[in-house]
Each structure stands twice: as C-alpha cells, then as structure tokens.
Design a protein around this ligand. Sequence first.
Ligand SMILES: Nc1nc2c(c(=O)[nH]1)N[C@H]1C(S)=C(S)[C@@H](COP(=O)(O)O)O[C@H]1N2
Ligand SMILES: [Mo]
Length: 339
Amino acid sequence: MDTLVERDRPMSFIHLPKSWQLPESRITPEAAYWNRRKFIKGMVGMGIGASAVSFASCQRPNAMDPELRETLGQPLHSFTANPDFSDAGRAITEEQYATSYNNFYEFGGTKNIWAEAQNLPTDPWTLAVGGLVNNPQKYDLDDLTKRFPLEERVYRFRCVEAWAMVVPWLGFPMKALMDDVEPTSNARYVSFTSFYDPEITTGPSWGLGRDLPWPYVEALTIEEMANELAFFAVGLYGRTLPKQNGAPIRMVVPWKYGFKGGKSIVKIEFTSEQPATYWNTISPNEYGFEANVNPDVPHPRWSQKSEKIVGTNTNPFDWERQETIIYNGYGDYVADLYA
Ligand SMILES: Nc1nc2c(c(=O)[nH]1)N[C@H]1C(S)=C(S)[C@@H](COP(=O)(O)O)O[C@H]1N2
Ligand SMILES: [Mo]
C-alpha cells in the first residue's frame, strides 16, 4: 500500500535540469515575463503597490533548460492582474520549478514527469459540463481562453507532501462557469474529471498504474466552488498552461492541499451526492475529502506544521522551511465555509 500514496521523494528531484546553474545571461523570455508583470502591475495603479511589486521584480530567475522551455505555452495577452491577489506573502516561485517539479500521476509516480506529459493531446479539447444544471455546456479550446475574462492571481500553493510554491496563475473564477451553466437547487457537489486514456496516461512506472482508480476525479461542495478563491487556471507565468501543469484547464483551490486541484479537466458534473474522488478512494485516512490546509492535522506519516519552500536552494534538501498557515493563509475568504 505504501507505494500507492503520495510521498516525498526528494531523490527524484536530482534528475531535474542541471542548467539551473547556467549563467543568468542565458535567460531572455523569463526576464521579459517579469518585466511585463511589473508593467501590468503599474497599469492597475496600486498606490502602495511598491511592496507588492517587489516580490516579482526582485526575484532574478535562473536559466531554464532549453528542453523544458520548449514545453511552455503560448503567451496570453488579454488579462488583468487582480490586485486582491497580487501578493502571496512570499516570493513567486521561479517558473522552471513550477513547470518541472510536478505531480501528475497519469504520467508517472515521480516529480519528474514534464517530458512524459508532452504526450497529453490538448488540441482539440472539449470540457463538458452537465449534471444538475439548467444549461449544460461544451467548451472547446478557444472558449477556455476567450469566453470568460481572464485575470492573473498570485496564489500560495501547498501540496499535502509539505512542499509549497507561489504561482501566478491565469484564468477565471469557477463562479463564472457556474453562472454560465446554472446549477439547479438540487446540486450540492461538483466533480471534476481529468483526461484519461490508458494508451496515453499509463500511470506510475512501478507497475500498479492500471489498478489505481482512474480517471483522476476531484470534487468540491457547491459552496466551495462558488467561493471567490476557487479558480480555473488556463495559464501560468503569462502563458497558457504547459501540459505538465494540467493543460488546457485545471482547478486551483489554494486553501486546500494540491491534490484537490485536478488537472486537464474534461468533464464537470453537478451532483446531489458527494462524488468518490481519487486519493480519497486510495487512502481515505491520509487524503480526506475536505483536505483544507491545516498545521494542526498531521498526515498519518508526517507533520503538517511546516512546509518546504520549493526552489529556495539549488539543493532540495536545503529548501527553506516555513510554518504552515491554517487554510494556507486564506482563512478570511473560506473559514466561514467550515464554521
Ligand atoms: N489529474 C491529476 N491532477 C492532479 C494530480 C494528478 O496526479 N493528476 N496531482 C495533484 C497534486 S498531488 C498536486 S500537488 C498538484 C500539482 O500541480 P503542479 O504539478 O502544477 O505543481 O496537482 C494535482 N492535480
Ligand atoms: Mo500534492
């Protein structure tokens, strides 16, 4: 059973691009991104914004592995930076970490799946939304970036394995999609199903892949989905999502552990009963349905009191630790949901 659960495998990280140590003169696109961020923030004219800007502008990105760079998405131009979510309280994680230190079990059981994930077919794409709704919808690839106004939100991102990042997502509030499909009064839960094709998403290489409860399904209560924080990301760092991050659309629920944020969503269904979800089915006492970030509820095999900040040192064993905050710091937005 031990191999089935998410675990901390820092060894796999060692395979990540050595080119992070390349001279900084190698970079250009990332530098351009950071400058554009600064520009956008300038445009929204935040009075005391200087402090918020500093996180983005002080951080000098390192060079990115050229092969990893090939996997990045297309630049997105029409979006506004949401000033309510421009400062996550610590530095934005460098893009090469967010796009190469991943969890995506469909493509393997380690953190290093970004190359394998390039097998994900994303064009054409259909996201079908149905169940207990008045207005079922099928969104195509174009709809995902054009139908709902896009905004950028810089969110804290905390995996149940106790590592954490800060990611500038691009996307739209889940509420916008919810309003589009009009859930009926019987709808109490919402399930989100990830892309699955056993020929393509072969699962972890240690052989048990096919026995896992595919497809990956996550779910929220309807109140959670309607919360201001609940977000669909179609991009990060100014571009469309790379495949390894869940292209073309993934869930982002920053007050919950990362596994609640399903990737590469093909189906959304409004239901009256609580849906069965992936990790919760595998190991319910380790991966609760609610899965809110909480320093006082340890994982059965490790403490959740603190978290490792991804990318704070070239050696993952030396990543800085910080204290975990209840609801990952978003209690003002979500604590009422659980009162
Ligand atoms: N379909 C699918 N979605 C998934 C996962 C997965 O294995 N498959 N892993 C989850 C976990 S455990 C985390 S921490 C995040 C990781 O997202 P990232 O790779 O963009 O950091 O995705 C979540 N969504
Ligand atoms: Mo995770």
